[in-house]
Design a protein around this ligand. Structure first.
Ligand code: 6PG
Length: 248
């Protein structure tokens, strides 16, 4: 299920500018909420520069850490000691040195299987949200960060897998990945990811050009189906853009 918010493509010069632009958007989004803020992070390599920035000045001092909560949109079903673990990467890069431990909400990969981890995380999200059904007027997250894989997956929502069509569950187990790393996953579903004021995709480098070309051509892939109830932003650098791309 895709929600129908507005989608905008923003181009920047290179990966450094992309991380700065993402940090600015994140800070701007926090500034619009004077209460408890919920941010959903993503894994993969794309957000690392952003995470490094958030741990350094001037960004670090601008974040009201005690009232910001950090979640993750998908997780590889491995222990937090494994270098593949998404939230552990975010924790090492900035959360553990900046955020109160009680505000960090990892997917529990100590569960017996990905489905049980998904059920447990769904309860965490529902308790934080205060309901087990989404109210379109009330977003779960202030901002959701997203990446795009070579097959057009986002979070761990792979093309043609049943998880992409899920409309009831907030989090599901994915027994097999479609691309590397081939470990089971746990992923938020489109309705849960979409319950946000802003969904921010980061795509940088020539290795994203082929998939970005397919997405801009309108191919129906998980990354194009994922939409915020608020704004959906595709933040891309020049190297990721198709050759001769003229539009904005
Ligand atoms: C994961 C991710 C996944 C990722 C994309 C892009 O756990 O693998 O959350 O959806 O964001 O595959 O990955 P890169 O940023 O490494 O290109």
């Amino acid at each position: 299920m895709a929600t129908s918010g507005h989608r905008q493509l923003i181009t920047v010069s290179d990966p450094a500018a992309l991380a700065t632009a993402a940090a600015e958007r994140l800070l701007a989004r926090i500034a619009t909420n004077s209460g408890r803020v919920a941010i959903c992070l993503t894994g993969g390599s794309s957000p690392k520069k952003l995470y490094q920035l958030l741990a350094t000045e001037p960004w670090r001092s601008k974040i009201p850490w005690p009232r910001v909560h950090w979640f993750i949109g998908d997780e590889r079903f491995v222990s937090p000691e494994d270098p593949l673990h998404n939230m552990a990467m975010a924790q090492r890069t900035f959360l553990d040195s900046c955020a109160p431990a009680a505000n960090i909400h990892p997917i529990p990969t100590d569960s017996v299987n990905p489905d049980e981890a998904a059920c447990r995380y769904e309860r965490v999200l529902q308790s934080f949200y205060g309901a087990d059904r989404f109210d379109p007027a009330e977003s779960l997250f202030d901002i959701v960060l997203m990446g795009v894989g070579p097959d057009g997956h986002t979070a761990s929502l792979f093309p043609f897998y049943p998880a992409i069509d899920e409309t009831e569950r907030w989090v599901v187990g994915v027994p097999e990945a479609h691309v590397e790393p081939f470990v089971p996953r746990v992923t938020l579903t489109l309705p849960a990811l979409g319950s946000c004021r802003e969904m921010l995709f980061e795509m940088a480098g020539t290795e994203k050009r082929a998939i970005l070309t397919r997405l801009l051509d309108g191919e129906n892939l998980p990354a194009s189906q994922a939409r915020a109830i608020g704004e959906t932003i595709w933040l891309v650098d020049r190297a990721a853009l198709p050759e001769n791309f003229g539009g904005q």
